[in-house]
Design a protein around this ligand. Structure first.
Ligand code: HEC
Length: 99
C-alpha cells in the first residue's frame, strides 16, 4: 500500500512536470479533462453562438470561472491536478474552435 502510494506520488510528479512542458497543448488538456462534457453540452465546443459572448468576457475571466467551477462544472472541470496554465491553454483552445 505504501509502495503503491509512492508510485502514484512519483507519477504525479512526473506527470506534473510533463504538464508544465506541455502547458500550451490546450487540445490535449481539453480532450482529457473537458471534452467529456463540452463535446456534448453547452457551452459546446465549436458552438459560435455560445462562445461569442463568453469570448467577449476575455480568457482570464473564463479561466477564473473554470478554476473556481461554475454551475454544473466542478472546479477545474474536475481535473484538480491541472495547473492554471493547463486550464488557460484548454480555454484558449475552446475559444479558438468557435471562431
Ligand atoms: C462535468 C462537466 C464539465 C466538465 C468536465 C467541464 N465543464 Fe466547463 N462547463 C460545464 C457547464 C455545465 C458549464 C456552464 C456553467 C454555467 O454557466 O452554469 C461550463 C462552462 C464552461 C465555461 C464558461 C465559463 C463562464 O464563465 O461562463 C468554460 C470557459 C469552460 N466551461 C471550460 C472548461 C474547461 C477548460 C474544462 C476542462 C478543464 C471544462 N470546462 C470541463 C461543464 C463541464
Amino acid at each position: 500500500m505504501k509502495l503503491g502510494l509512492a508510485v502514484v506520488a512519483g507519477m504525479a510528479v512526473l506527470f506534473g512536470s510533463g504538464q508544465i512542458a506541455a502547458a500550451a497543448d490546450g487540445k490535449a488538456v481539453y480532450d482529457k479533462s473537458c471534452g467529456g462534457c463540452h463535446n456534448a453540452m453547452a457551452p459546446k465546443l465549436g458552438d459560435k453562438a455560445a462562445w461569442g459572448p463568453l469570448a467577449k468576457k476575455g480568457t482570464d475571466a473564463l479561466v477564473a470561472s473554470v478554476v473556481k467551477g461554475k454551475g454544473a462544472m466542478p472546479p477545474k472541470g474536475g481535473a484538480a491536478s491541472s495547473s492554471d496554465a493547463d486550464i488557460k491553454a484548454a480555454v484558449e483552445y475552446m475559444v479558438r474552435q468557435a471562431k
